[in-house]
Design a protein around this ligand. Structure first.
Ligand code: FES
Ligand SMILES: [Fe+2]
Length: 457
């Protein structure tokens, strides 16, 4: 099987221009060094990550569509820290972000994942209150405070916040790089797919017995598909995946969908997986005239018809954008699998105390379409009964360690394996990961992490 090492693997759309979302970025040579595996399990490395990475980098706190009405809020926890993001006005960017802490004695101010506040936030310890614009509005029994103590009573403390494509980011950095500069091309990719017109329809938060980077590593490559997820082979590329590395640790892989992997033995018939894909866009597999390589273009053509019928504006998308999975790595801890119909936003959240635990936080977004006859595709894996109208932001479904996340077979296969990999990373017999160029995004991610942790950034 051919693999072009010089250009960093396949190019899916040779006609794409540099401004296009599917353009193959110039190859980034990330070297060949072997990382010390202690980064995956020691408390010392975790402490450095907190100080050098998490307390300085932009991370995704939520979506604008999570808080549509004035007074709606969401909370976002990052290790031991917590933030509250609240809508303060009707304008698209009338959103403020505060440290979620009471200035009296340090109680957490807001405890719910999502909610609505009419007028003021009230601390549940001694009932101090703040307006949603952060101003301290009430001190219980204020007359019992010495004036010099009361003079120190604070407004809520803001945290830097910005929005791109309807996605809310925060950073604790004192002087952060502008968000768009940090994101680079990833910002325009999210916009090309109209992420701002998507709503979360399902949100599952599960605990995994592994380091957050063990999680990132497993989701950042398709090299393991044939071994761990063989059921993907009839309909999905692996070694044919396009890999792009961008500045600031951002990366992306485009996974071809609707075409068998070159590793799949049957390259001549319309296998049951491809039949399913054809059916998913309303084409009849039994009358389909072409071979397996004709399925992907047929899917793209059918999606163009859907766009026309529902006025979705997908005319600007290439065939690759219409059919394939744009798995976008937003440094440091997000994989955003974007499609025109919807997206999978996966956050790999480090545990506050234990370097060998992380929270896999996955949101399923669907494109908002007013016409109720628009059907969310089956392959998005949503269980029956999910409300896809976007009217109600769903509550988070929590799953403990070892509890099935109910996110489908692929995820079950990963969640079984990762705790075992985590143990192996600590073995005296393991000297560090040996990444192929198919795993080029891992090296790109870890090199950027090194720049933070070792003080270059
Ligand atoms: S800790 Fe919040 S009012 Fe006392
Ligand atoms: Fe996997």
């Amino acid at each position: 099987m051919d693999y072009n090492l010089e250009q960093g693997g396949p190019v899916l759309n040779p006609d794409a221009t540099p401004a296009a979302a599917d353009w193959k970025a110039p190859y980034v040579d990330n070297g060949a060094d072997i990382k010390d595996p202690s980064r995956y399990y020691t408390a010392a490395y975790k402490a450095k990550e907190w100080e050098r990475l998490w307390s300085r980098v932009w991370t995704i706190a939520g979506l604008v569509s999570d808080i549509p009405d004035v007074g709606d809020f969401l909370t976002y926890d990052l290790l031991h820290e917590s933030f509250v993001i609240v809508r303060t006005g009707a304008g698209p960017e009338d959103i403020r972000a505060w440290y979620n802490v009471c200035g009296h004695r340090g109680n957490r101010l807001v405890h719910a994942d999502f909610g609505h506040v009419t007028g003021r936030f009230t601390c549940n310890f001694h009932s101090w209150q703040w307006d949603i614009d952060g101003r301290l509005a009430h001190v219980t029994d204020a007359e019992s405070f010495k004036p010099e103590v009361l003079a120190c009573a604070p407004d809520l403390v803001p945290v830097a916040m910005d929005i791109v494509a309807g996605v809310i980011f925060v950073t604790m950095a004192d002087d952060p790089v502008p968000l768009r500069e940090f994101l680079g091309p990833v910002a325009s990719h999210m916009e090309a797919f109209q992420v701002d017109r998507m709503n979360v329809v399902r949100h599952v938060r599960s605990e995994w017995a592994a380091n957050w980077k063990t999680g990132i590593d497993a989701f950042y490559e398709t090299y393991h598909l044939g071994s761990v997820h063989p059921q993907t082979q009839p309909i999905m590329g692996d070694i044919t995946t396009q890999i792009d590395c961008y500045p600031n640790g951002m990366s992306r892989m485009i996974v071809p969908i609707g075409v068998p992997s070159p590793h799949f033995p049957d390259q001549s018939s319309i296998n049951p997986g491809l039949q399913y894909m054809l059916g998913s866009v309303g084409l009849k597999p039994e009358t389909f005239a072409g071979g397996p390589r004709d399925v992907r273009p047929a899917l793209a053509a059918a999606k163009r018809q859907v766009s026309k019928r529902f006025d979705l504006g997908w005319e600007t998308l290439s065939d690759v954008q219409l059919t394939d999975s744009f798995a976008t790595g937003i440094f440091p801890n997000v994989q955003f699998g974007i499609h025109p119909e919807g997206a999978f936003l996966m956050r790999f959240m480090p545990h506050a105390d234990d370097p060998q635990r992380f929270t896999y936080d996955t949101m399923t977004l669907v494109r908002h379409v007013d016409d109720p006859s628009f059907k969310v595709p089956d392959w998005m894996g949503l269980p029956d009964g999910i409300d896809c109208s976007g009217r109600e932001r769903p509550e988070i479904e929590y799953k403990g360690i070892g509890e099935p996340a109910e996110l489908g077979l692929v995820l079950d296969q990963d969640s079984e394996l990762l705790p075992i990999v985590q143990k192996g990373l600590r073995s005296k017999g393991f000297k560090g990961p040996l990444w192929s160029e198919q795993e080029g995004r891992l090296r790109h991610f870890h090199n950027e992490l090194d720049r933070y942790v070792e003080g270059e950034k």
